[in-house]
Design a binder for this molecule. Sequence first.
Ligand code: NAI
Ligand code: X15
Length: 334
Amino acid sequence: MTVKVAINGYGTIGKRVADAVSVQEDMEIIGVAKTRPNFEAFMAKKKGYDVFAPEDRIKGMEKANLEVEGSIDDMLERADVIVDCTPGGIGEKNKPIYEKAGVKAIWQGGEDHELAGCSFNAQSNYEEALGRDFVRVVSCNTTGLCRVIKPLDDEFGVNKARVTLMRRAADPADIKKGPINAIVPNPIKLPSHHGPDVKTVLPDIDIATTAVKLPTTLMHLHTINMELNSECTAEEVEALLAKQSRVRFVGQGITSTAEVMEMARDMNRPRSDMWENCVWNESITIYEGELYFFQGIHQESDVIPENVDAIRAVMEVEKDGTKSVAKTNKAMGI
Ligand SMILES: NC(=O)C1=CN([C@@H]2O[C@H](COP(=O)(O)OP(=O)(O)OC[C@H]3O[C@@H](n4cnc5c(N)ncnc54)[C@H](O)[C@@H]3O)[C@@H](O)[C@H]2O)C=CC1
Ligand SMILES: O=C(OP(=O)(O)O)[C@H](O)COP(=O)(O)O
């Protein structure tokens, strides 16, 4: 079976999900929905994607010489599953049209957990999403946290996790957001929403998080501190993280998020994406019985392989999460 996938919202996340789905053997893109005839819409067309639009936008698109296949309702008719990548809060409004069309839906981390009732991270709770109509792939930061907390919890038991998130203020192409010369405690009320978000995937983890926004667009950076239940060495933690396919160790002169991005460019990664968590293995330390380390998270791309796995889970074309992760990784080159 080839799963027919539609994308609603062809922005930072949507265009990357479209390209990642296109390289999988068991799924295809049947259309992407755009609201405006901008360069991204023309680029989608050039890549061979059928472009759809809300009914009231079609005339405007055609006036701009962008050929439109039909309305979003037309797109839903052709799809098995829709990946909603519209801005946070907008996706929620689309639920009734997905329900009416009888199409499965996957939302992103900007929506609340309650919208889908199932928050997803492939390595943490793939099985929970099997066959579900609605799933939410957790945000970039939450994805990055789940990827390291889950294996550490399985191996050593996580008694508690305390994390400081240094968040990039905006994506590189985002000209509207700031700050450009400030560090903003955000959210100001503590702890931040990221800890509770991890608990939507891993409910038994004791986690608290604080977060700030920095004037950078490249990546987030996490300072992670954990109390583990069993005694272990930094070497044992390093060996465990080394086995995680979506964790990459960085060193060899990489001392910053800027150099991580330079490496992604050198790797000829599409859009210089870094799909894996970038852990500075040199930072992995056990101090007075507690674990500490740093990791960088490429916010534009770490959730992309997770969306591909979420499609397989809801469509039940692969029941085993480990196998889905392996298929996704192989096709994307992770
Ligand atoms: N950019 C990031 O770093 C990450 C974003 N997310 C989440 O992914 C979701 C999408 O975020 P981005 O891709 O960054 O947003 P974006 O703003 O880059 O892209 C959203 C796209 O949806 C389109 N759009 C706007 N209103 C629409 C509507 N009513 N119907 C259809 N399309 C509409 C926009 O024109 C744009 O093409 C959000 O929930 C966000 O929280 C998750 C992880 C990381
Ligand atoms: O979901 C994200 O971050 P978050 O996990 O800090 O909420 C993405 O980086 C998007 O965040 P934004 O709402 O600052 O664009």
